[in-house]
Design a protein around this ligand. Structure first.
Ligand SMILES: [Zn+2]
Length: 311
């Protein structure tokens, strides 16, 4: 355990591309600073729509070969961000993309959405106990925008954080570890509105403009507790998003998903601290997700199970 980097960040996402859109600048910044950045992606995004016409045959309703292709896109994106540790929950193909809410794929065998949380969570407990992160980033209870796999990723991440700290749970998965700080992805409403105003004034290639509430995690500014300035990593973030070419089209400081509706590409990323002690005075936003976390002790241990980890 002593050979782990001093600062360790874990991100849990539903599909390849979510990490680059939500956290690309944060991941690039902390990787550049020498932190261990670990990404766990819960599915391969097999049900995604495909943007480039030449690749449309990969989609689930044709060749159903999108999963392995997106694994390649993810690997390329991680190279752009400088992130070396990326994993698929339970191994490649263990949990399948459930599609949008209400579609028959929600109930396909192996679909992530219908997998019991306590069946998926131990896979993540093993990662948490191995990597021993100080900080976990995932979605809010609505998965940011209601996609079943995003909601399930939230549930599995929160449950695994709890179980990982419990000395009574599955000693075979490693020594207990309590994650000091847990964040949900957020976008302050004022920032989203400003971004869309910029977009409407810009000359971009997209068919239309998305709505503020299409952006996952938009909340009133007062709910945002941390902002991470990733301006210096803007190029890396855009490159990572471009690597997800089946899913994302990037044009300057804007991007679109398969609906071809433009959205702002944010290089400052925002979070809400939901577990742990804030590293900034009351009323001020944190500028470092590790602020206040005790990064001097890599050991954790059973005593760490007390405190903030309960619900
Ligand atoms: Zn997603």
């Amino acid at each position: 355990m002593t050979d782990l980097p001093a600062r360790r960040l874990l991100l849990v996402h539903a599909h390849p591309d979510d990490e680059s859109i939500n956290n690309g600048a944060t991941m690039a910044r902390y990787a550049a600073e020498g932190a261990l950045v670990t990404l766990v992606t819960c599915t391969l995004g097999e049900e995604g729509e495909v943007i480039p016409p030449a690749l449309r045959h990969l989609a689930a309703d044709e060749d159903d070969a999108l999963g392995p292709h997106r694994a390649g896109e993810l690997a390329a994106a991680m190279q752009e961000l400088g992130v070396l540790d990326h994993r698929l929950l339970g191994g490649a193909g263990r949990f399948r993309d459930s599609g949008m809410m209400g579609v028959p794929q929600n109930h396909r065998p192996g679909a992530f959405w219908t997998t019991p949380v306590d069946e998926a969570a131990p896979h993540l407990v093993e990662v948490i106990r191995g990597v021993r992160p100080h900080v976990l980033i995932t979605y809010d209870p609505h998965g940011g925008y209601g996609h079943p796999d995003h909601i399930q990723a939230h549930r599995v991440a929160m449950r695994a954080a709890e179980l990982a700290a419990d000395p009574a749970f599955r000693g075979d998965l490693g020594a207990p570890h309590r994650i000091a700080k847990i964040y949900w992805n957020r976008v302050p409403r004022s920032v989203a509105e400003e971004g869309f105003a910029r977009l409407r004034a810009a000359d971009v290639e997209f068919a239309g403009v998305a709505a503020v509430d299409d952006v996952p995690g938009v909340v009133d500014d007062s709910e945002v507790t941390a902002e991470i300035d990733g301006t210096r990593h803007a190029v890396a973030k855009a490159a990572a998003m471009r690597a997800h070419a089946t899913q994302i089209a990037v044009d300057g400081t804007f991007f679109a998903l398969s609906n071809d509706l433009g959205q702002p590409l944010f290089t400052t990323e925002y979070y809400q601290l939901v577990r742990g002690v804030p590293g900034a005075p009351a009323g001020e936003r944190e500028r470092d997700l590790f602020a206040g976390a005790d990064t001097g002790d890599a050991a954790g241990g059973p005593a760490a199970a007390a405190g903030e980890t309960g619900r």
